[in-house]
Design a protein. Structure first.
Length: 256
């Protein structure tokens, strides 16, 4: 379900989504000029704000295109609170940037909608949408991200499939599962357990992990693990150093 956007000062859209009647209130304000504090080379910016009630949901999935993503879990929260800032560097692109939300069983999915993303002559993306999502700390999170940094904290568990950009995860009591990361560093701190299936390039650092740390295939970049309560496993490491300290369980490091 797409957000309805108007040029009024404080437009509002109401719709129904989710497994039950779910009220969605969206407030969109349009900035006439670029927000210099956020990105000086934006031709236009647009702020997006949503609050979605989460009755009947247990999970949140975010399908994010170009732009940064920050997700923060809050104890006792009963809604998903989303703030976004859209940036356009070409005429006509701003109106094509939006956020869609839909319910599927117990999962609420948020998806950014962008025009075809290309790089300008000076190397910047023509359009992006930076998001900050606050959600209940008891919920699980799934993220598919293409371009931009990802920061996650205080959720029950998280699964990430990332293309480019750094990943920072902390204070997650459950499993941190990185399905794939093409490029960018991965930093993980104070979590239950770690599984990284595939990492093409960029450093990996995991610290203060209660359970196991598992790295499947790592093409390049350093790997470090500190203060691990379980085992530490690296199945395939093509290049880059591997360092570990204070690992309570078994250690297996293979180089291929």
């Amino acid at each position: 379900m797409a957000i309805v956007e108007r040029t009024a000062r404080t437009p509002t859209a109401r719709s129904l989504i989710g497994p039950s009647a779910l009220a969605l209130c969206a407030t969109v304000s349009l900035a006439a000029t670029a927000n210099a504090d956020w990105n000086e080379d934006c031709l236009e910016t647009k702020e997006i704000s949503e609050e979605i009630t989460l009755e009947g949901f247990r999970d949140i999935a975010v399908d994010a295109g170009a732009g940064s993503l920050t997700v923060i879990g809050r104890p006792g929260l009963t809604t998903a609170q989303i703030r976004g800032l859209a940036c356009s560097r070409r005429d006509g692109d701003l109106d094509r940037i939006s956020l869609e939300s839909r319910g599927d069983g117990t999962t609420l999915t948020l998806r950014t909608v962008l025009p075809p993303v290309v790089r300008t002559r000076i190397g910047n993306l023509n359009a992006k949408l930076d998001l900050v999502v606050e959600m209940p700390s008891a919920f699980t999170l799934r993220v598919v991200d293409t371009t931009g940094s990802v920061k996650v904290s205080h959720v029950a568990s998280v699964e990430i499939d990332d293309d480019t950009g750094s990943i920072q995860i902390q204070d997650v009591p459950g499993l941190v599962h990185v399905v794939s990361d093409t490029s960018g560093s991965i930093e993980i701190l104070r979590v239950g357990s770690v599984r990284i299936d595939e990492d093409s390039s960029g450093s990996i650092r995991a610290s203060a992990v209660v359970g196991d740390v598992y790295v499947g295939r790592d093409e390049s970049g350093s790997i470090s693990a500190d203060d691990v309560g379980g085992s530490f496993t690296v199945v395939s490491n093509a290049s880059g150093s591997v360092r570990y300290n204070n690992v309570a369980g078994d250690v297996r490091v293979d180089r291929k």
